[in-house]
Design a protein around this ligand. Structure first.
Ligand code: MN
Length: 246
């Protein structure tokens, strides 16, 4: 089976290669990844300029585009065969709660799910000293499961792994997407010529500690596995809207 591996940290990320190397045990891995870091690109698609693909070596390609571009081109490159599984990661940093909406790692898997291919995103909950081996080992378990059972159509798995050695991880939890608490989101500074510039993003955003969420599972030392879907409709509100008089 062909496994398409991509990420948003770029073709040189150790996390990408840890994932690809780990999955070679179970399938023919083809890596198609952005040629540079493309974190926070979400579901962006490059439509107003051409895309170039550079073959780095056998079964490894760098694209001057976004993670979603890579999934589309990767699937195209593999034609007529379709990837049996799409794996995105291993991201340097967690993708939980509202961050999921900004994440290129998650969106790559989302694109795969939209194509009807069993897909998952996998991220390390840390900022440094990444224990990629732990996540690569869990990715292997997921691929073995997906090979056997597949996934409901259009659903992807968002996996977040605590940055611990594998023997210190307390199994896994099926979770729901939690809630981020962002601090100062915009930082205003002055450049050397007196001009004002802005930098978006806070240093260490917090989260609401709520049982059953991705954040809670990882904080307790479990791998978090959240099923996600591309359809953002809220059925509960939709039902209550029957009473609205717009
Ligand atoms: Mn990233």
């Amino acid at each position: 089976m062909k496994i398409l591996v991509t990420n948003d940290d770029g073709i040189h990320s150790e996390g990408l290669h840890a994932l690809a190397d780990g999955l070679r045990e179970v399938g023919d891995v083809v890596v198609v990844a952005p040629d540079r870091e493309r974190s926070s690109m979400s579901h962006a698609l490059t439509m107003h300029r051409p895309l170039r693909v550079r073959k780095i070596r056998e079964n490894t390609y760098a694209v001057d585009g976004t993670p979603v571009d890579c999934v589309i081109l990767g699937t195209y490159i593999l034609q007529p065969e379709k990837p049996g599984i799409i794996a995105s990661g291993i991201n340097k940093g967690e993708n939980m709660g509202d961050d999921v909406l900004y994440s290129g790692t998650v969106s790559a898997a989302l694109e795969g799910a939209m194509m009807g291919i069993p897909s998952f995103a996998i991220s390390m909950a840390s900022r440094k000293d990444f224990k990629f081996k732990t996540a690569a080992g869990f990715a292997l378990r997921i691929v073995r499961f997906l090979e056997r059972r597949g996934l409901p159509k259009g659903i992807l798995l968002n996996v977040n792994v605590p940055n611990l050695n594998a023997d210190h991880v307390r199994s896994y939890r099926v979770t729901r997407q939690g809630k981020r608490v962002y601090g100062d989101v915009v930082c205003e500074k002055t450049d050397p010529r007196g001009g004002t510039y802005y930098w978006i993003g806070s240093d260490e955003p917090g989260f609401e500690r709520e049982e059953g969420t991705d954040f809670d599972a990882v904080a307790q030392g479990y791998v978090s596995v959240t099923p996600l879907q591309p359809n953002l409709t809220c059925p509960v509100t939709m039902k209550s809207m029957e009473q609205w008089d717009l």
